[in-house]
Write a protein that binds this ligand. Sequence first.
Ligand code: NAD
Length: 289
Amino acid sequence: MTTIAFLGLGNMGGPMAANLVSAGHTVHGFDPVPDAVKAAEENGIATFPSAIEAVAAAEVVISMLPNGSIVKDLYRDILTATPTGALFIDSSTISVDDAREINQLAADHGYAQLDAPVSGGVKGATAGTLAFMVGGTEEAFSAARSTLEPMAGKVIHCGDAGAGQAAKVCNNMVLAVQQIAVGEAFVLAEKLGLSDQALYDVITGATGNCWAVQTNCPVPGPVPTSPANNEFRPGFATALMNKDLGLAMDAVSSSGSAAPLGTHAAEIYRAFAADNGALDFSAIITTLR
Ligand code: NAD
């Protein structure tokens, strides 16, 4: 079993670290927020007063933090305090450029490092069924597998450093465009006198089918578990979709890529997130009516 330092014990990191403890690993945690520390200790994580102390005996260092600048600052603090040979895994959602810079920073200090963002939300983190999208060398990926598995339903090696974050922003850009398009279709159908159920039955058996309608249907009725049946409680909060679209737009601009629909979706969600960040992102349909 492995000694794992887990840095960032929030909504996602807390349950992820708990699943590593359940799998028999020794987990040394750090988070600056006392409530996060208390919850982690209740789940069998040994907590430390600083990140530097948490990594002192680590064979693997996992971070699950709010943004790229926090990850970079943290790496600068801990890279000289971590045992030689340790493997670094950053599961935060950050930009592709930041992920590559962090990978280089770790390499400059002699460490292997992976970007391994996740999808599946707090539900997936708690159930140990997250999808990990991983960027980094084949060798580091193989070394990380047994650590990731207790937290994962699926682990996909996407390519070199930054490829995990690239996969995540591409997927979420598609998802945002689809959720808006599905909302537009239901609003148009309502105006044309077509029932929600009829449109759902047709699309889900036809070429327009996608997760945004089949699972996250933005009108109540056809999918009883979709957030539309529950006042748009998330699900996947608009604030997080807006964050991910901001990272997608960073990638579009730094790579010189053309993404007219993705860019428009990012604008639509940016405006919607200002007052509706806590709602599921399928609530975008309410702005179309
Ligand atoms: P969160 O705010 O609940 O947790 C982040 C934690 O990091 C907090 O407890 C905070 O105190 C801690 N932290 C801040 N600075 C730190 C430092 N220097 N050292 C150690 N800990 C520090 O956020 P979350 O929902 O757990 O999300 C974490 C990451 O996962 C984000 O990048 C987010 O975009 C991504 N993500 C979230 C979800 C979701 O559904 N919540 C889904 C997929 C990906």
